[in-house]
Structure formats: C-alpha cells, structure tokens
Ligand binder design. Structure first.
Ligand SMILES: Cc1cc2nc3c(=O)[nH]c(=O)nc-3n(C[C@H](O)[C@H](O)[C@H](O)COP(=O)(O)OP(=O)(O)OC[C@H]3O[C@@H](n4cnc5c(N)ncnc54)[C@H](O)[C@@H]3O)c2cc1C
Length: 257
C-alpha cells in the first residue's frame, strides 16, 4: 500500500528516497498501472514519480557515444533527427510501438525495467551493444554502475537491477559506417499490438551477405540476430532470421550511416 509519494527533481533525491524506503518507481505508468490494477505487481510503501528529473531525459551524442536518458519517451526517439541519421533501427522500432498516446508516455527506461520478452526497444538496444547506467545512494553520495543490456535481464519480467537502483540512461557507441540493423515484429493484429514474436538483425552488409561487424562484442555473437517475443533475450541464428523476415537478400535493411 502506498504510504508516501515522492516527486524528486534530481538523481540524488530519487536514489536517497529509494535507499531509505520500499519504493516503486513510476515513469510513464503504461505498464505499472495495468500491473498494479490487475494485482500482478504490488506498490511499495513509497511511490517515486521520476517524471520531474530532467537530467535523465533526452538524447545526447558525444565522444562517439549515444546516450538516451531513461525517461526519454518512445515518441521522442521516433522524432529524433539525430537518431534517425545515426541509428535508424531505433526509430524504426519506435514506429512499430503501440499507439501515439502510449508512445507519448512510455519511456525507454520503463520498457527495459519491465523486462517483458515482448518489449520492443530491448531488441535494437541488444543489437547496438548498449549498456544500462544504474544509480543508487551509498555512503552519502550517488554511485553508478554500467550493465550491458545483454546481461541486464535475469528472466521474463526480471532484471539484475536492485530495488534501490534507478535506471538513469542507456548508452552505446555510434555505429561505424556500413553497420545495418533491422527490426520486425508480428502479432495477432497488424498495428497497435504487443508482439507475439519480434526479431532484430544487425551486421555489416558486403556483397549481399550479412557479416558481423568489427565490434568485438558483435563478433562474440554466434550470429547477429536477436529474437524476442516468444523466446526472451536469446540469440538466434541467421536462417531463423531469414525465414521470419522472408528476405532473399538483406537489401531491405537500412544502412545506419
Ligand atoms: C495499450 C498498450 C500498448 C503497448 N504496446 C507496446 C508495444 O507495442 N511495445 C512494447 O514494447 N510495449 C508496449 N506496451 C508496454 C509499455 O508501454 C512499455 O513497456 C513502456 O515502455 C513502459 O514504460 P513506462 O515509462 O510506461 O514504464 P512504467 O509503467 O512507469 O514502469 C514499468 C516498470 O519499470 C520500472 N521503472 C520504470 N522506469 C524506471 C527507471 N528509470 N528506473 C527503475 N525502474 C523503472 C517501474 O517501477 C515499473 O516496474 C504497451 C502498453 C499498453 C498499455
């Protein structure tokens, strides 16, 4: 039951409250409200509304890295010219995400923390080797740690984020020239639908064939393909991707740069 409501305006304030109480974080509320109403999730004693923390919102680019604040909405991702230019797969994914009303409230951080296997934004972030920045309050100050998105989830609906940790941002390197990535999802209806199956493919296109990029972390993958929806967060193989995408060639995928 909610006994206290907090609306912090800084990471410091938010993490202090989260450290001192049994907190439930409210971002866009598009998952949380349904889950608490249905009884799937219980509120903690303190509801922490993070919508007023400006420093965890927005998109910035510097030192060859892209940083997306956890509070950035799906609409903001879709409307970002910079992301469209550098990582069109993010805008492409956002374009398949729910309705405009939901996109205006739903945040990328909420999508990750909810950890649904049907979470759309997880797929491109895995392809981009993104890292999640988590903040908590310890010994009188804010401490942060970076967790690769690939290691962020511990199962459907579960993450390795501690209850006292706030997801602050998601970061990844600006993709190198020639990197391409593609997202596709399918559900019972053609639009406004949570996916039954989703898939992402990324790599470098050379002579009609998709190759792993020069990024070491991409090379570690068995194949540059990430399925979601039915099988959460596992790596797939190229033939699965090809048959789902029905691609005789990879040409339909957009170049990142
Ligand atoms: C009608 C409808 C359609 C939808 N369609 C889609 C769809 O097409 N694709 C899709 O992927 N999802 C879809 N969703 C699910 C939902 O909109 C997304 O998962 C959304 O991104 C959640 O973000 P939020 O800001 O609303 O999170 P919230 O509901 O506020 O929070 C979700 C969870 O994450 C925690 N949390 C949120 N932010 C943080 C943070 N910064 N740090 C720590 N914990 C945090 C909350 O405590 C809560 O447990 C849909 C939902 C609805 C209701």
């Amino acid at each position: 039951m909610i006994e206290q409501y907090a609306a912090p305006i800084s990471i410091e304030e938010a993490t202090r409250v989260m450290q001192e109480s049994n907190a439930t974080v409210l971002a866009g509320g598009t998952d949380l409200m349904l889950q608490t109403e249905s009884g799937k999730q219980q509120f903690g004693s303190t509801l922490v509304n993070i919508r007023h923390i400006n420093e965890i919102s927005g998109i910035s680019i510097g030192n060859n890295r892209i940083r997306i604040g956890a509070l950035t909405t799906i609409s903001e991702i879709l409307g970002s010219d910079k992301l469209m230019e550098l990582v069109p797969v993010l805008a492409q994914t956002a374009d398949h995400f729910a309705s405009s009303q939901i996109r205006n409230n739903a945040t990328v951080g909420g999508n990750l923390c909810n950890a649904s296997p049907a979470g759309d934004m997880i797929i491109p972030l895995l392809l981009l080797d993104a890292e999640a920045e988590l903040a908590s309050w310890s010994k009188g100050g804010v401490v942060t740690r970076l967790v690769p998105v690939a290691e962020f989830f511990s199962g459907p609906g579960k993450t390795h984020k501690r209850d006292d940790e706030l997801l602050v941002a998601i970061e990844f390197p600006v993709p190198s020239f020639g990197f391409i990535a593609y997202f596709k999802k399918s559900g019972p209806r053609p639009a406004l639908e949570i996916s039954t199956i989703s898939i992402g493919v990324a790599g470098a296109l050379e002579k009609e064939a998709l190759h792993a990029t020069e990024w070491p972390s991409v090379q570690q993958r068995q194949s540059p393909c990430v399925p979601g929806g039915s099988k959460p967060f596992s790596r797939g193989n190229r033939s699965t991707a090809r048959s789902f995408l029905k691609l005789p060639t990879w040409r339909r995928m957009k170049h990142c740069r």
